[in-house]
Design a protein around this ligand. Structure first.
Ligand code: NDP
Length: 247
């Protein structure tokens, strides 16, 4: 009943939204879970305490994903506290900057690349120092890698498309080590980034086979599957969980 018993996991951006749901789910499945946040210290510590109180093991670490030294140090710290191993890495931290390409600032472009792409590479390298056969790397991409039906999303879509190539290539590199690498691509999910109550929600729902937002737990369930022992043959995959947004 605890498929991740004796496993250790590291989740970036675990304080809120999809990341917090992933942290809760992996902990419920038996993993010891370390997770990062950028600024929500109180929320992050409360989540770690909630998991500890339920008999699990969690560790909240402040580390800006754009700061490669801080992110690498956070992973080394988690590995040290968890007996030297990181079995599961979930690259979830991400940001959404919208704007027309003609006016999009270079600072926002660089920040998007730093958090949504570069940090995935940095965290993967750091975690691989502590990952053995059976290891799992799971990225949170987006359905926008396949379909960007609105204006203003070019840089965000680019950042999520980049993860597709990274995942496919990394799967080839790491197959011989018994490590799988996958990309979970959600459609609209009810979080602070994309509340189901926003003015944009109806426009998104109009494009979908299932006209609603997902709840974060639904995304966490797919991550738990890909991170778990039954998914050993799934690698290099870009897995849609988008209510048919891109269908
Ligand atoms: P939220 O904005 O609701 O939560 C973001 C989480 O990431 C928070 O825990 C935040 O920490 C953390 N975070 C943000 N930036 C950094 C950073 N630089 N360093 C460390 N942690 C950071 O986002 P969602 O939960 O909605 O999104 C999570 C992922 O899912 C993202 O990659 C996003 O692109 C992707 N996604 C989301 C969709 C949606 O509709 N919501 C759809 C498809 C993909 P803190 O609390 O400290 O700010």
């Amino acid at each position: 009943s605890k498929p991740l018993f004796n496993k250790t996991a590291f989740v970036t951006g675990g304080s809120r939204g999809i990341g917090a749901a992933i942290v809760r789910r992996l902990a419920r499945d038996g993993a010891a879970v370390a997770f990062t946040y950028q600024s929500s210290a109180a929320v992050a510590e409360a989540l770690a305490a909630e998991i500890d109180a339920a008999g699990g093991r969690a560790l909240a670490i402040r580390a800006d994903a754009a700061d490669s030294a801080a992110l690498t140090a956070a992973i080394a710290r988690a590995a040290a506290e968890f007996g030297g191993r990181i079995d599961i890495l979930v690259n979830n931290a991400g940001l959404l900057k919208l704007g027309p390409v003609a006016e999009f600032s270079l600072a926002d472009f660089d920040q998007t690349v730093a958090v949504n792409i570069r940090a995935v590479f940095v965290a993967s390298q750091a975690a691989l120092r502590h990952m053995g056969p059976g290891g799992r790397i799971v990225n949170i991409g987006s359905t926008n890698a396949e379909r960007m039906p609105f204006a203003g999303g070019s840089v965000y879509a680019m950042s999520k498309s980049a993860l597709q190539g990274l995942v496919q290539g990394m799967a080839r590199d790491l197959g011989p080590r018994g490590i799988t690498v996958n990309n979970v691509q959600p459609g609209p999910v009810n979080t602070d980034m994309n509340p189901e109550s926003s003015d944009f929600a109806a426009g998104m729902h109009g494009l979908m086979a299932l006209p609603r937002h997902a709840q974060p737990d639904e995304i966490a369930a797919m991550v738990a599957y890909v991170a778990g022992p039954e998914a050993g043959f799934v690698t290099g995959a870009n897995l849609m969980i988008d209510g048919g947004f891109a269908a």
